[in-house]
Design a protein. Structure first.
Length: 346
């Protein structure tokens, strides 16, 4: 219930989009498509005719699923204001939700409110959410409900809120052999179980990760990260100069667990959290755990460097691998993103 109130507050007093409405256009050397309450974001995406277009979404709550194809290269989707709370794109499919055509369930990836395969995508100044709630669907066991599923190289999120519970943000790649790069800056991401997960080379800079209160009688209540990095990829998920906060009690969450998918059992998950503040919601004694006993976290590429806060203390050193200064020099946004430098833009 809290989630729905939060989302509705962002769009209070504004019309909700109709899925079939046609967006307005402004033509010129750089095509700009404007989406206003009553329009459809997906209709604007469908109207994109070439690379480098911009979709401006005006304040409102847009209840729809948005899919951006690979052909929409270098697309920018942005809120019309600089406040990401003003524009909310939200839907409520889960892994176990039945498709309307009776062909089965959506699955984890298919549950996403926002999906993009487009290379060079930029998303900024808006909210992407999945407000599906476990309590409303006790009959569904596939409770993953993704807010954003991204798998194009050079994906850039700036000043974006990502809201869901389980599997909020799926940072993936176009193929098992692709090392697609994604960059998140000044973003707010909340959830409970594995809510930042996937195979991409993903850099999070100056972001906030917030663990939700969860009405269960066990701990851990969830994990922030679940990387599934390919063995051949030297770079997985990097969080730098970020914050991890919590709405749950102290020590209720783990920092991460490794995800080795059944379709890619050679995965070697990689996560580095550095120069970040880790709040008391993370268990400092044992911040990592296993997803499957066959793939213990100790055999994965998990490490930290120069973190602070009550969740970053090191009472048991063997439970918190630390980089040396020389090792830390290889884990920077530049080393992860290579010749792509989105952080150099305004």
């Amino acid at each position: 219930m809290l989630r729905r109130r939060t989302l509705l507050a962002a769009g209070m007093g504004l019309a909700v989009a109709g899925a079939g409405a046609t967006p307005a256009f402004a033509t010129g050397a750089h095509q700009v498509l404007h989406v206003r309450p009553g329009d459809s974001v997906q209709a604007a995406v469908n109207a994109v005719t070439g690379p480098g277009r911009t979709i401006v979404v005006h304040p409102g709550t847009y209840r729809e699923v948005v899919n951006i194809p690979a052909s929409a290269a270098e697309l920018t989707v942005r809120g019309a204001t600089r406040d990401p709370r003003d524009v909310v794109i939200v839907y409520d499919n889960a892994n176990g939700t039945q498709k309307p055509d009776g062909s089965g369930t959506y699955g984890t990836a298919g549950s996403a409110t926002f999906t993009s395969a487009a290379p060079g995508l930029t998303v900024r100044d808006l909210t992407l959410a999945n407000d599906w709630l476990r309590a409303d669907h006790p009959d569904i066991t596939g409770t993953q409900a993704v807010a954003a599923y991204t798998y194009g190289d050079r994906t850039h999120f700036e000043n974006v809120r990502l809201l869901a519970h389980q599997d909020t943000l799926f940072v993936e790649t176009t193929a098992l052999t692709s090392f697609d790069r994604q960059y998140f800056r000044h973003c707010y991401i909340e959830g409970d179980v594995d809510f930042v997960f996937g195979r991409a080379t993903a850099v999070f800079e100056d972001c906030r990760f917030h663990t939700l209160q969860r009405d269960v009688g066990f701990t851990p209540k969830g994990m922030v990260f679940a990387p599934s990095t390919a063995r051949a990829n030297p770079h997985g998920i990097l969080a730098v100069r970020s914050r991890i906060t919590s709405g749950a009690e102290d020590g209720a969450y783990k920092l991460a667990r490794p995800w080795v998918p059944s379709y890619e059992t050679t995965a070697w998950p990689s996560l580095v959290v550095r120069n970040s503040r880790i709040g008391p919601g993370i268990d400092p004694v044992a911040p990592y755990t296993n997803m499957r006993e066959a793939y213990p976290w100790q055999t994965m590429r998990f490490a930290e460097y120069a973190n602070s806060g009550p969740g970053a203390v090191i009472p048991v050193p063997e439970n918190r691998p630390q980089l040396t200064p020389a090792e830390a020099a290889a884990h920077t946004r530049r080393s992860y993103l290579g010749d792509w430098r989105p952080y150099g833009r305004p």
